[in-house]
Design a protein around this ligand. Structure first.
Ligand code: UD1
Length: 418
């Protein structure tokens, strides 16, 4: 397993280009299953999760090629409807295949994902949604087994805002008979991007980006080309890297509006941020100030930037409070940050971070994608050497992060293990 070695202390300077969004690419890759033929996706990030999803699509019978961030999926020979445990357990987003398979082939067998590093992550909303659309769904031997002749439009209300369930139901409903209305739908840019792609394919969708989405089912969809939107979480992570090191970094190929909540908290903390149309300049010239953060569904503060924010606040000049409302156990990074000298106490879903003057390098372990990113940020500012083991987590969600950081002046290298 690869590890990163970081020598902290360098201020990041320069320009970095943000890659395509993982969380937009994954459902769009899956949406190609709704039709027969070859779709072409551009600006797809070269990540482990994209490789895992490609493997999933190939298992179903699709032909997938990936070169220079262009991914083609030919779904004309899809002849299987099963997402096996071995894949779903490594990447929960594989559950996205449930809706499209059910809608196009009338059947799907998808493994339950099980828990993840920060606790249980149920898929009950996906299941209930498919049932509402008229599918017969059983859970047997650890698998969701769903069948339907043709799905029927329905009125679906989610009591929790869920990105995955909204995307899954939206995809399934595109080929259902009649109209589906999703209330309390997720408003994340990834859902908006998925709706755009589905509409290009011929789907009739309205309301994406609001909490009510309406889908009028059609008989057929067609393969399409699409460009994946920039990754707002990667953008936020590089903004955090600039801020924590007291550097000055320009981000290119990003959508500033998508990181508004994060930008506002950084500004409150004293970071200077200038927004261009597709770029941002992030600069810190004085000590970070403490801030209080509560995660919330988009457009609120994203849970996927909570860990990185904690790293920043661990060297702020005062005490900050982070309240995690999306995944209430998501604080695996806290004990690792403590190994680097951070002063953090966690009580249920609330973390209190008392800023320390400096962090000191130590061996730490990556536990999930964003926790690993937080450790990288902390390592960039910690005195001396930090080694982060198990960086396969970071490779799931960040394209060439060590190369991008090195080009900004960070002292970071990948240590490959045979
Ligand atoms: C997606 C993102 C992930 C992000 C998360 C929250 C992808 C591939 N992943 O994950 O990076 O951290 O959104 O922004 O886009 N829930 C249920 N029942 C369900 C589904 C969800 O109770 O059937 C709960 C979850 O436990 C959680 C909340 O709903 O508390 C939000 O989860 P959800 O938005 O579904 O997360 P994912 O789509 O899995």
């Amino acid at each position: 397993m690869d590890a990163f070695r970081i020598i902290g202390g360098n201020k990041l300077q320069g320009t970095v280009t943000i890659s395509g969004a993982k969380n937009a690419a994954l459902p769009i890759m899956v949406a190609t299953l709704l039709t027969s033929g070859k779709s072409v996706l551009r600006n797809v990030p070269n990540l482990r999760d994209v490789a895992t999803m490609s493997k999933m699509l190939r298992l179903l019978g699709a032909q997938v090629t990936f070169e220079k961030n262009v991914l083609t999926v030919d779904t004309s020979k899809v002849n299987k409807w099963e997402a096996p445990y071995e894949l779903v357990k490594t990447m929960r987003a594989s559950v996205y295949v449930l809706g499209p398979l059910l809608a196009r082939f009338g059947q799907a067998r998808v493994s339950l994902p099980g828990g993840c590093a920060w606790g249980p992550r149920p898929v009950d909303l996906h299941i209930k949604g498919m049932q509402k659309l008229g599918a017969e769904v059983d859970v047997e031997h650890g698998y969701i087994v769903a069948r339907a002749k043709r799905l029927k439009g329905a009125h679906i209300y989610f009591d929790i805002s869920s990105v995955g369930a909204t995307g899954n139901i939206m995809m399934a409903a595109t080929l259902a008979r009649g109209t589906t209305r999703i209330e309390n739908a997720a408003r994340e840019p990834d859902i908006v991007a998925l709706a755009f792609f589905l509409r290009k394919m011929g789907a009739r969708i309205e309301g994406e980006g609001t909490d009510t989405i309406e889908i009028e089912g059609v008989d057929n969809l067609s393969p399409q080309e699409e460009e994946i939107i920039p990754d707002r979480i990667e953008a936020g992570t590089f903004m955090g890297a600039a801020a924590i090191t007291g550097g000055e970094v320009i981000l290119e190929n990003c959508i500033p509006e998508h990181v508004n909540a994060f930008t506002e908290k950084l500004r409150e903390s004293g970071v200077q941020i200038e927004e261009g149309e597709n770029s941002m300049r992030v600069k810190t010239s004085r000590g970070l100030q403490p801030v209080h953060v509560t995660t919330a569904p988009y457009p609120g503060f994203p849970t996927d930037l909570q860990a990185q924010m904690m790293s920043l606040l661990s060297i702020a000049e005062g005490t900050s409070v982070i309240t995690e409302t999306i995944f209430t156990d998501r604080f695996n990074h806290a004990p690792e940050l403590q190994r680097l000298g951070a002063d953090i106490t966690v009580d249920e879903n609330v973390a209190v971070i008392t800023g320390v003057e400096k962090l000191s390098g130590a061996p730490v372990m990556a536990t999930d994608i964003r926790a690993s990113a937080a450790l990288v940020l902390a390592g960039l500012v910690a005195e001396g050497e930090t080694t982060i083991s198990r960086v396969y987590h970071i490779d799931r969600g960040y394209e060439r992060i060590e190369e991008k950081l090195s080009s900004l002046g960070a002292n970071i290298e990948r240590m490959r293990e045979a």
